[in-house]
Design a protein around this ligand. Structure first.
Ligand code: TRP
Length: 363
């Protein structure tokens, strides 16, 4: 195939189809590819030989999607796509409207519920958004179920200093007023170094539907993450420490920040039922081969299938892992009483690959 003629849609839906096969989600492949095409917006049919329409912060090379594979400890696998819909005349406000329009157009077909979205939208959605993004979506594909959707708001959309007030008010409106204190007491302790970075909602009405608050920790040590994790009941704090050292090294983590998320489900009031820790592994390794080794070791430690990881990487690219860094962008540890596991975030690399760092090897 003539690579120059490939569009963003061809590239990313091809990857989605191949990843679906790797994960055994074969049956539902057809419509997710169509869905992803719609979610790409105006960027879909642009050739990859042209520069990206919009410098999306979803991925380092401006591809407006990022895949992730969620490995559950019970062996089940879920494929997700995080993305931003690119408007005809792209910009934070126009992309916000485009993302919203596509999601609303899917509401009937996928029985989406915008109830909680409507409860907080006047806080997070503005005509003049500040920052890198205003609204992102995530498309979630599990075995034998209809696609599910999630949205991410930007707590800093009205300026960084307003984020705490926005998050506190949003939680209150969603019946989680006490949760704000739990989050700040455990995870916002180091002045400007800890900040609210995402606020996410599931667009489905189910008891397990989540409200998620994300906090980014600049220059954190593993002990900061242990403190953050302790907000959720029953978390094995030793696992948090192990995860940091196995995936990221000894710290402090002074490159891209480690991120905490607290998830609240029906019945939660002040304390989250789930804590997840995200580590931007691409900043803490020399190349993707090293990242792959670390992730494989993590999966093994949790008795998860490393072959799925290798097949997923093959589905995305044929380049040698040593030739770049960032194909594996983040790794997360999900400490959930119902669905514990590990999630690996994988770049589409539609536009470019970040060159590897020089290996510190003795010849
Ligand atoms: N690319 C951004 C970053 O690395 C946003 C992002 C994409 C992200 N996937 C993520 C942040 C997973 C945390 C976890 O920060």
């Amino acid at each position: 195939m003539d690579f120059a003629a490939l569009s963003l849609r061809d590239h990313t839906t091809g990857q989605l189809t191949d990843l679906s096969r790797v994960l055994g989600l074969g049956e539902s492949v057809e419509s997710p590819a169509q869905l992803l095409g719609d979610l790409l917006g105006a960027a879909a049919d642009r050739s990859l030989s042209e520069p990206p329409m919009w410098p999306s912060d979803i991925a380092d090379d401006a591809t407006p999607v990022e895949f992730s594979v969620a490995f559950d400890e019970d062996g089940s696998l879920t494929l997700r796509v995080l993305g931003e819909t690119v408007a005809e005349q792209p910009g934070p406000a126009a992309n916000l409207r485009a993302t919203r329009r596509v999601l609303e157009s899917l509401a009937d077909r996928y029985q989406l519920s915008f109830e909680r979205f409507h409860a907080v939208e006047d806080l997070f959605l503005t005509d003049d958004p500040y920052g890198d993004f205003a609204l992102w979506y995530s498309l979630i594909l599990g075995p034998g179920s209809e696609p599910q959707f999630k949205v991410y708001f930007n707590p800093e959309v009205r300026g960084r200093e307003h984020a705490p007030v926005l998050v506190a008010e949003a939680l209150t409106r969603l019946g989680l007023g006490e949760a704000y204190r739990t989050a700040t007491e455990h995870a916002i302790l180091r002045g400007d170094l800890d900040r609210f970075s995402f606020f996410a909602l599931d667009l489905h009405e189910q008891p397990r539907s989540r409200v998620k608050v994300y906090i980014s920790h600049d220059a954190a040590e593993a002990s900061d993450m242990v403190r953050a994790a302790a907000a959720a009941p029953g978390v094995d704090l030793e696992r948090v420490r192990d995860f940091c050292s196995l995936v990221g090294g000894s710290g402090p983590f002074t490159e891209r920040p480690l991120v905490s998320s607290y998830a609240f489900v029906e019945g939660d009031t002040d304390r989250p039922s789930n804590y997840s820790l995200y580590l931007p592994i691409r900043d803490y390794v020399e190349d993707d081969e090293e990242a792959r080794e670390r992730v494989a070791a993590l999966l093994e430690r949790h008795h998860l299938d490393t072959q799925v990881l290798d097949r997923a990487l093959d589905a995305l690219t044929s380049r040698p892992l040593r030739d770049g860094v960032g194909l594996i962008a983040h790794v997360s540890l999900r400490m959930d009483p119902v669905r514990p596991g590990v999630t690996v975030y994988l770049s589409a690399e539609a536009y470019s690959t970040t060159p590897p760092r020089v290996r510190q090897e003795i010849a």
